[in-house]
Design a protein around this ligand. Structure first.
Ligand SMILES: [Zn+2]
Length: 85
């Protein structure tokens, strides 16, 4: 496992619900790192998927994709209701 992620996991402690520190993400989460702030499970999963050389600070500055909004936009483009697909 990525050493950065291992370190982050080591720093994580449950401190009760708070919002994710990643740019553009308002999810409530309870994963916290003193160095990187809070991260929700969606963002954490995405972070892990980025691979072994990820700079966690840089990742936290990347905008979280709004997949639901993207789906609605895509559906609109093709005249389909994908909201409940
Ligand atoms: Zn998040």
């Amino acid at each position: 496992m990525n050493q950065n992620i291992k370190r982050l996991l080591a720093q994580i402690e449950a401190k009760g619900p708070r919002s994710c520190s990643r740019k553009g993400c308002n999810n409530i989460c309870d994963l916290n790192s003193d160095k990187h702030g809070n991260i929700c499970e969606d963002c954490f999963d995405e972070l892990v998927l980025t691979g072994s050389d990820t700079d966690i600070s840089a990742f936290m500055e990347t905008e979280k994709q709004d997949l639901y909004a993207a789906r609605i936009k895509y559906g609109t483009l093709f005249g389909m209701d994908l909201g409940n697909f």
